[in-house]
Design a protein around this ligand. Structure first.
Ligand code: HEC
Length: 139
């Protein structure tokens, strides 16, 4: 993989050849753990599965959160947008009832179901999702 040369943050950094570690780095391949995804799955079963299908396919009272519908709706958007949508509008009968941590776990579960790999990095802050583009061709 080729990396563009990072710009120097200061002339001194330049002179020393120091390259800042920044968000412009390529997206890490994984940004949540398997444990978070299974926590998310439990939450999903409790809070979402009544309307959305247990396997995230087309539900009785809610759209599919995987497959063609998911990619058509969310493909090329940032994962932060999906996070925001869930945080502010779901569960539809009680929006605003989920904590940030709960929605982060739900994101881990939904993205894992859509093929994103779990790894060693904890998804601790919504800001981590800014850099993640929802894409069929995973980062
Ligand atoms: C009472 C039923 C109900 C519950 C419970 C519910 N949803 Fe939904 N959800 C819907 C409906 C209906 C829609 C589509 C209309 C809308 O956006 O309100 C939707 C839309 C969505 C969308 C947008 C999907 C798209 O294709 O645009 C997401 C993401 C989502 N729900 C996630 C969740 C998550 C995560 C939970 C659990 C925390 C949850 N929902 C709980 C009914 C529900």
């Amino acid at each position: 993989m080729r990396r563009r040369r990072a710009r120097c943050s200061t002339w001194l950094a330049c002179a020393l050849g120091v390259t800042p570690v920044m968000s412009a780095e390529p997206i890490a391949a994984s940004f949540f753990t398997a444990e978070q995804s299974s926590t998310g799955q439990q939450l999903y079963d409790q809070k979402c599965g009544g309307c959305h299908a247990p396997d995230l396919g087309e539900g009785s009272h809610g759209p599919a959160l995987r497959g063609d519908h998911f990619w058509a709706t969310w493909g090329d958007k940032s994962a932060r947008e999906l996070y925001g949508r869930i945080l502010s509008t779901m569960p539809s009968g009680d929006p605003g009832s989920l904590s940030q941590r709960q929605v982060l776990a739900l994101m881990a579960f939904i993205l894992a179901t859509n093929g994103y790999p779990a790894g060693a990095t904890l998804l601790e802050s919504p800001a981590q999702l800014d850099a993640v583009k929802i894409s069929k061709a995973k980062p």
